[in-house]
Design a binder for this molecule. Structure first.
Ligand code: SF4
Ligand code: SF4
Length: 189
């Protein structure tokens, strides 16, 4: 993999104060990173990602918004927190990546991994509708968003046969409270 930070011929307009903005939003001490790469060595999605975990942090430090928001890494992160557990400065890169994902969505950027944002949105919509994850509803929303109607159909049928997918959503108490959380989240944007 090409080193994203030291790539020859790379030009960019550094975003002013990006590190300060993302430190505030994510609550992570990004300025303390000294590029030891311990986070990258343990990241399970490293083989698929176009940036290493330490490179995400470095690009934030130098304000390279373009490379960050166009990267597939921000969509592949599993929030497993292995990076945080390994970091001598306790930096949780997944929290940084969450902020970057929000920025990419706010700017209506075409995501480098198109199906993953569709999955996130479908997950959140399903929780908003029923108060907890209604898997069949989420799958329906995801299929409509990605137009992958027949993909994984065999697997879906097998799961239904084994009782792993419920046809109807379970009722939750105080659904209005869940909806209020979503409403407040939308207000903050
Ligand atoms: S482990 Fe922490 S200090 Fe080391 S490169 Fe990763 S974020 Fe930076
Ligand atoms: S939280 Fe994300 S960046 Fe950190 S190790 Fe897991 S997948 Fe990699």
């Amino acid at each position: 993999m090409e080193n994203a930070v030291l790539a020859k011929g790379t030009t960019f307009q550094p975003a002013a104060n990006l590190v300060k903005i993302i430190e505030k939003e994510s609550g992570q001490p990004i300025s303390r990173c000294y590029q030891c790469k311990k986070c990258s060595a343990g990241c399970p999605v490293a083989p698929m990602a176009d940036l290493h975990t330490n490179e995400v942090i470095r690009l934030v430090q130098i304000g390279d918004t373009e490379r960050l928001l166009n990267s597939n890494r921000i969509w592949l992160c599993l929030s497993c927190k292995t990076c945080q557990a390994r970091c001598p400065n306790g930096i949780d890169t997944s929290a940084v990546i969450d902020v970057l994902k929000g920025m990419a969505l706010e700017q209506s950027r075409k995501p480098a991994e198109a199906k993953i944002p569709a999955f996130y949105k479908s997950f959140m919509d399903a929780v908003n509708m029923t108060g907890r994850l209604y898997e069949l509803g989420m799958i329906g929303l995801y299929k409509m968003r990605t137009k992958t109607y027949t993909e994984d159909m065999g697997l879906g049928i097998e799961m239904i046969k084994r009782g792993k997918l419920k046809f109807l959503p379970e009722k939750v108490k105080n659904l209005n409270q869940v909806k209020e959380i979503f409403r407040k989240g939308r207000e903050k944007k």
